[in-house]
Design a protein around this ligand. Structure first.
Ligand SMILES: [Zn+2]
Length: 359
């Protein structure tokens, strides 16, 4: 299964005929835009492949004076990557992709999108918790925020935006409210369900249902994740635990023919207490157990055995048709700088590890 990712800086390793093809297909001004903030090494690949010294001198000058803004530079880079993608040598690659700006990204998150099919096992006939479908959503939301705050869980704010992601978890039958912490606890210790023949690990990955413990209620429901612009709720997607998010993203790419995240063993990272390195020798069972080890490490495990995280090999933009996965991935991105890299589409270049710790 293919799965290699090509980021813009990989142009440095592209063969001369690939660079020559870009030079032929793109106007000099656009090439200059794409290279404006790139290293001398990458620029040199282009100078070298221009037909004459005069041409390379011209490109150098153009790069110096070019003052294109970031969105234009991103467009020019993506045009280059699209030209490379046509080359047969790269047919099994996925190419770096990104949102053009924070404004575009915020617009994407707050725009009403086509509802997605629920994620996880048995989700389709399970009732959902819905802010927009509820009479007293505002009041329940305030209570949830209060509860989260009392349990020291701050609402996740997407860096460089005023967008907050807040769990809206209200039982649709009895109205009982659940905090982020309660959801987290449940997802790590779900009520055992014999339907999961492959055992607890499979359930942890696939069972996104919350079980209501309200008196006489005892139903499963699907909590939602509210996209709130400053103080105004704008959108609602399904709330997923980190393992469901991981699993759903892996399934999404697998259907496209790519093994990503834990399905590529090269992404599994462990810590030996001093450094973090790739864990290459995991067998199938260990790979499945990996998520449990990360999110719910046994307290007896010595530090040397602790699995540390998953090297990220997906771009948010690739998940554009799945806002649920984008929002949930962001809420589990652990550190603000990782969320920023995800939004800017530079996370693979920066070698970010995600899902490292249960927040
Ligand atoms: Zn209930």
């Amino acid at each position: 299964m293919g799965g290699k990712v090509f980021t813009f800086s990989d142009i440095f390793f592209a063969k001369d005929d690939v660079i020559a093809r870009i030079i032929k297909a793109m106007p000099q001004e656009e090439i200059a835009m794409a290279l404006r903030r790139e290293s001398t090494e990458i620029r040199k690949r282009f100078y070298k492949n221009l037909p004459s010294l005069d041409d390379s001198q011209n490109l150098k000058e153009e790069i110096k004076v070019n003052d294109a803004e970031l969105p234009e530079r991103i467009k020019a880079k993506e045009k280059m990557l699209a030209i490379i993608a046509e080359h047969p040598e790269y047919k099994n690659y996925r190419f770096q992709s990104r949102f053009l700006s924070f404004e575009e990204f915020t617009g994407y998150l707050t725009k009403k999108s086509k509802p997605e099919k629920p994620y996880g096992f048995a989700a389709e006939d399970t009732p959902s918790s819905s802010f927009f479908g509820s009479q007293n959503g505002e009041q329940a939301l305030e209570e949830i925020k209060k509860k989260n705050k009392a349990e020291e869980h701050e609402s996740f704010r997407i860096p460089n935006t005023k967008i907050y992601l807040i769990n809206y978890s209200v039982c649709p039958k009895c109205g009982k409210i659940y905090s982020f912490k309660a959801l987290s606890h449940h997802y790590l210790n779900p009520k055992p369900d014999p339907t999961f023949k492959k055992g607890k690990e499979a359930q942890l990955r696939q069972d996104a249902r919350m079980f209501c413990t309200g008196a006489g209620c005892k139903i499963h429901f699907l909590p939602s994740l509210l996209v709130v612009d400053d103080i105004i709720p704008k959108n609602e997607v399904q709330f997923l635990g980190p393992m469901h998010t991981l699993n759903a993203i892996e399934d999404y790419f697998e259907a496209l023919g790519y093994a990503v995240l834990t399905r590529d063993v090269n992404n599994l990272l462990k810590s030996d207490g001093v450094t973090t390195r790739v864990f290459r020798d995991l067998d199938e069972d260990a790979r499945h157990g990996f998520a449990t080890a990360v999110f719910n490490p046994p307290s007896t495990s010595p530090p040397s055995k602790i699995l540390k995280g998953i090297r990220n090999d997906v771009f948010l933009k690739e998940l554009e048709s799945r806002p649920t996965l984008i929002n949930n991935l962001l809420q589990y991105s652990v550190k603000p700088e990782i969320a920023l890299n995800l939004i800017q589409g530079v996370n693979v270049e920066k070698n970010d590890a995600i899902f490292g710790k249960w927040r």
